[in-house]
Design a protein around this ligand. Sequence first.
Ligand code: TPP
Ligand code: MG
Length: 688
Amino acid sequence: MSTAAPAAPGVAPSDAAGTATAPAVDTVTTARLLALDAVEAAGSGHPGTAIALAPVAELLFRKHLRHDPAQPDWAGRDRFVLSCGHASILLYTQLFLTGYGLELDDLRSFRALDSLTPGHPEYGHTPGVETTTGPLGQGFATAVGMAMAMKHERAVYDADAAAGASPFDRTVWVLASDGDIQEGISAEAAAIAGHHRLDNLVVIYDDNDIQIEGATTLSSSEDVAGRFTAHGWDVARVELAADGDVDIEALDAALSAPRAGKPRLVVLKSQIAWPAPNAVGMAASHGAPLGATEAAALRDVLGVTTGPFEVADEVLAESRRALTRGAELSSAWQESFEGWTAAHPEAAAQLHRAQSGLLPEGLEAALPTFAPGDALATRDASGKVIQALAALMPELWGGSADLAEPNRTAIHGGGSFLPATPAGRNVHWGVREHAMAAAMNGISLVSGNRFFAGTFLVFSDYQRPSIRLASLMGLPVTYLWSHDSVALGSDGPTHQPIEHLAALRAMPGFSVVRPADAAETAAAWLAILQRRGPAGLVLARQPIEVAATPAEVVAEGVRRGAYVVRDAAAPAAVIVATGSEVSLALAAAEQLAAEGTQLRVVSMPSREWFAEQDAAYRASVLPAGMDVRVVVEAATSFGWHDVAGPHGRIVSIDGFGLSAPAADALAARGMTVENVVATVREAIGARA
Ligand SMILES: Cc1ncc(C[n+]2csc(CCOP(=O)(O)OP(=O)(O)O)c2C)c(N)n1
Ligand SMILES: [Mg+2]
């Protein structure tokens, strides 16, 4: 498969900005060598793809991507997503060359502690990195969400502008590798992108026939072009150039062709590590330094005598012309955006508020209230809250993975997000939880959007890799997980979550919120919106009576993660419960009170939020001296032992559930008032 490396240095056919005189050592050669040198200096990394695709990155950053290196957060910019995050040095090299503020020293410290150039691109860490990538397939699906958000915003804010004439017209450019295409999430995401005719999405697939274990033919024989065509994509193929390099002119043409109503996949043939004479086409070039001998050989082949990290002034001057181009693009956009603002002052104010991360005034007052004693499921309460929020927050939209009705996610009157109605506020994801979760990240990365999406709690497992990235990035995504325990009933153990709450709580940076009743649900929604972090709202299917706690106490208590909902002068024990088990705890306390045993009951909707409170508040809710503690949660006991303490008990479900009507399933797994009462009595007795 390998084609001989050239004897002469490569020129920069992708020098799209056009130079009168080509520099002695061109920008592409410089980019290839910087990738080589950075990996050699780090002693680890992924040189092959970055060396081979240097001309591709340059073509994007110098010609196709509308960006301004001096303003990495410019709202009118296109997005570039390096889905094959292992090739991070490819991106860092462009961020240095085009003037994002990365310096040669940053490339020298590639992958080192606290450097601006970590092993995989990290959003919020390096200016110019638009999303965190590394788990293959995630970047691809995140990019689909970005493209959806751009289509939606365009339709919401500037529907009447002619095609290409709106400041909201932006494109998402993606570089993906074999692993991205092999991951199942890319099939889900590609299907969604094709269905929604996302012609603002362009993916270059680096079809280099190689991965870590060797040739891709070891594991793959599918017709990728055919697969994407079937998904409704417009597919182009670009073969290798005669010298074995990527055919950059053909790629340029494929990227430039008008896009009509479909996302585009360009299947680009390349050879890993080209033009390194011995490393080219080899699996070993994927993830390890080429070594001093091959590094020297590559310099020879390129006809370069400079040492590591040497960048000719004229090369830098040439590549930094990206700054001039960026300034022109952004100032032209600014003018167009100001024209739009003048014509749409109200919409502009709304957009500005949403992009600033502020909530509209009066949101709290607009929330529905629920009378003590009303019995409704927390999923129903969430559905009502969503209607109230949606009326005041045009930036709020959502969807479900084919469970909108059971999840209560629909925005009534919001319309469906579809190719003909991209302003629609309800996204029908189909049964594609994983791509939905990744795309939520992409939607949230297009600032100004607040997005929520639902499925059953048990299927959060299908979303987990994307939830993890949302947590790593600190994105304001909201998951609505209904059917949160064995109380969902006869659908049985495949649908009954057990270990999910503990598993989600184990994730750093993520908030699990399991409200006890309708009043807590409204307070939880508000707190999630105010906090602007990733959160999962865990909702019950079965009706629950609204507790008699005053609304202000609920609002404050939920915000602080845990609070006292029933108390006594000298309680004999404290029950700590979450979600639907709070009412179980209250009923048990009532029964014990009738026998003369007084209890405190703590509702703990969010362990993470409670852990953030100061020690005094935490001690006021759970004083050290109140050490007879019974935790009640219809899920695994894993993770609760620290709250229960040495004298505590945990009423939990440490095996799978079972298929039975809700009351029978709960009883069969010990989730009854009788069992809680007996457990409390036993704990008190053991401590006496
Ligand atoms: C979900 C996931 N699984 C495994 C890996 C580890 N990994 C990194 S790159 C790679 C495959 C490399 O092949 P390819 O995607 O073709 O990239 P290339 O070497 O051609 O750049 C693997 C398995 C990963 N990053 N993400
Ligand atoms: Mg590959």
